[in-house]
Structures are given as C-alpha cells and as structure tokens.
Design a protein around this ligand. Structure first.
Ligand code: PLP
Length: 366
C-alpha cells in the first residue's frame, strides 16, 4: 500500500542556500547536451491532468543516469582543492594535466550504482584511481558497470549505509579523497557541491510545472529540485516503502535511520538515512512525501516501456507514484491537482539491471 504524507513542516519562506553555478563547467565538458524534456499526452490523459512532462535522464555524458552532473562537479572542485588551485575546477583538461602531481590519489565513495559509476568514470577521465564501496545485494550488472570504468569495486557485507561508513573510514587515509553524495558531521563541502551540480538538470527544464515527483534516496537530488524548480511548483518525494527514511524523518522532524535490509529493486533509492545536509531543503520546501510498493515502480517501468521509453526502476518509481496517487481524490486534493494541472516526472535513469527489466516487462532490454 503506497503512503502519502503531507509535509507538516513546510515553510513557504524557505530560500535555498547560496551556491556556485556549475553550468559553465558542465557546458564546457565534451559530450554535454541538455537531456530531453518529453511531453507525454497519453500519460496526461491517464492522470487526468492537462500536461505531463518527462525529464529524461536515461543518458548523460554517456552514462545511464543524471548522477555525473553532481559527481563530476564535486570531484572537480575537490581535486582542484587538493592541487591547491581552486581555479582548476573550471574544466577537466586542466585537472588531467596536473594529475601526475597527485601520486596515487584515489577517489572513493559508496554507491547503490549510479553515483559510484559516475565517480569511477571521472577518475578515469582525470587520470586518477577510484575505489567504490557497494552493498552486498547490488545487482551483478551494476557492479560490473562500475568495474568496467576501471574502478576497484569493494563489496561491503551490509546495506548502502554500511558502505557509506566503510568509504568514510577509507577516506581517512592520505591518498583517498571521498566524493560522496551524502554528508555526515564534518563532511559537508563535497556533498554540497554534488547538490550544486544537479542545478544544471533543473536549469535545463524551462517549464513551470504545478507539481513535480522527485525520486529520493539520500535527498541530494531533492535538495537541488527544491532550489532549482520554481517556488510555485509543489514537490513530492518518492521513495520505496522498504527504505522510507524520508517519511520517517518527516514524522520525526529530523533525519532518522530506518534499519536495513532495504529490500527494494529501486536501488538508487535504497538508503536508510537522509543526508543531513540535504534534509533541511526537503523538510522546508517539499509539500508531500510518498513511499511506494515495489509493484508501483514496476508498473511505472511497464507504462514507460509501453510508451517506447525503456527505463530503470527509479524512473518507474516517479511514473508509478503519479499513476497510483493521482487517481485518488484525497491525494489530488492534498497536492492541489485537477484537470488543468501540469505534472513533471523525473526519469532519473535508464536501464541499469537488464535482467530485472526483462523480468518486469516480459521482453529483453534493448
Ligand atoms: C537513478 C536514481 N534516481 C534517484 C536517485 C536519488 O538521488 P539522491 O540519492 O540524491 O536522493 C538516485 C541516487 O542514487 C539514483 O541513482
């Protein structure tokens, strides 16, 4: 049973923290192109709204999710800082030229798939090493994708949150540089750059939806949505029932941990505690939080596939949540949705577990 919680601590006066614009960095990278914003009239009719837009992150810099936007900007800032030359954050070429000065510098992070792959790709592009900590339950295809970037993959016997703890320990060694999308006390500057990096995604959108559904793991993307979408857009978080730490934190009034195992196929959303750095933006700016069953996300994947969009479980989560909630009168009323409304759904990933895609849809991944 999917759950919708109206945010008890919504603050209409909330203003985003000041940040640096990552746009010039992204636009200067080889292969940069805005991802598509697709109109989906069939979905609009089904949801009983005027318009549905799909921001489609199935391909970003040749990777199957939006994650490189944050990971690469944060990594560039962190490596430039290590070199004592913050101006080098402006581009990849300058960093690569000076990588030799950094000896065995190793970029380290925990991931449930996409962030780690993006960090690993950056390390290769910048001439550095990468060590990526992954939870034991990660699908083989996702592990293989990270390894294929040239990274050392360390499998942690535990959840994503256990992998975060291991990556933080590893970060105490002098040649390690943690590029994490989640924060912990005393480790905030790099996760702040990750959130900043996602601003490019929202700057590309160029429409002002009435409501947006945002898939949430640690909440870094959600914090960027809070800052980057128009103030009038009502924001709804989407997370798995099996890892519903956003809802638990909203009820508690502060980030709290929901213990694992987090048995969900929405791997990018399988974390037990929100990023403390991201949390204030969710707590103040989001209008509602929802947690969905596995079947709801699978139905979203199938619906997208029927539209010709073969996408992963986190993308399915946004679509499934909208399909499930917007047919309920009380949810429509809570979100202020009617037949004149426009809805934005963030399709945050392409297919990252082809076997599971085939099982859900009954046909092989392309
Ligand atoms: C595909 C996908 N969607 C959404 C998210 C959620 O982003 P965040 O962890 O910043 O909340 C992730 C995070 O890994 C992801 O991989």
């Amino acid at each position: 049973m999917d759950v919708l919680l109206r945010n008890p601590s919504r603050d209409p006066d909330w203003a985003p923290p000041a940040g640096e614009d990552p746009g010039p960095f992204h636009r200067a990278l080889p292969g940069y192109a805005p991802t598509p914003l697709r109109a989906a009239p069939e979905l609009a009719a089904e949801l009983g709204v005027a318009e549905v837009w799909l921001k489609d992150e199935a391909e970003r810099f040749g990777l199957p999710s939006f994650k490189a936007l944050g990971a690469w900007w944060a990594a560039a800032c962190a490596v430039a800082e290590r070199l004592g030359a913050p101006e080098l954050r402006a581009g990849l070429a300058g960093l690569r030229e000076r990588a030799g000065e950094l000896g065995d510098l190793t970029l380290v992070c925990a991931t449930d798939g996409n962030h780690g792959r993006a960090v690993a790709r950056f390390a290769t592009l910048a001439g550095l090493r990468a060590e990526i900590f992954v939870p034991a339950a990660m699908a083989a295809a996702r592990q293989a994708a990270i390894a294929s970037e040239g990274a050392r993959v360390v499998v942690v016997d535990g959840t994503y949150d256990d992998a975060v703890a291991r990556s933080a320990e590893r970060g105490r060694e002098p040649e390690a540089l943690v590029v994490s999308d989640t924060s912990w006390p005393g480790y905030e500057a790099i996760p702040a750059h990750v959130i900043e990096g996602y601003a490019t995604l929202f700057a590309e959108i160029g429409v002002a939806p009435d409501v947006a559904f945002v898939p949430v793991g640690v909440g870094a993307l959600a914090a960027a949505a809070a800052a980057g979408l128009p103030a009038a857009t009502r924001l709804v978080s989407v997370e798995p029932l099996a890892a519903a730490c956003t809802i638990a934190s909203a009820r508690a009034g502060a980030p709290v941990e929901v213990p694992g195992p987090h048995d969900t196929a929405m791997a990018g959303l399988a974390c037990g505690i929100p990023s403390p750095l991201a949390w204030p933006a969710l707590a103040a700016r989001f209008d509602a939080f929802c947690a969905i069953a596995e079947e709801t996300a699978d139905a979203g994947v199938r619906r997208l596939a029927a539209l010709g969009l073969d996408r992963g479980e986190c993308a399915g989560a946004a679509v499934g949540a909208a399909l499930e909630l917007l047919r309920r009168d009380e949810a429509r009323a809570a979100l202020g949705v009617d037949e004149r409304s426009s809805v934005l759904l963030l399709l945050t990933e392409g297919i990252t577990d082809p076997e599971r895609f085939a099982r859900i849809t009954g046909r092989a991944a392309p």
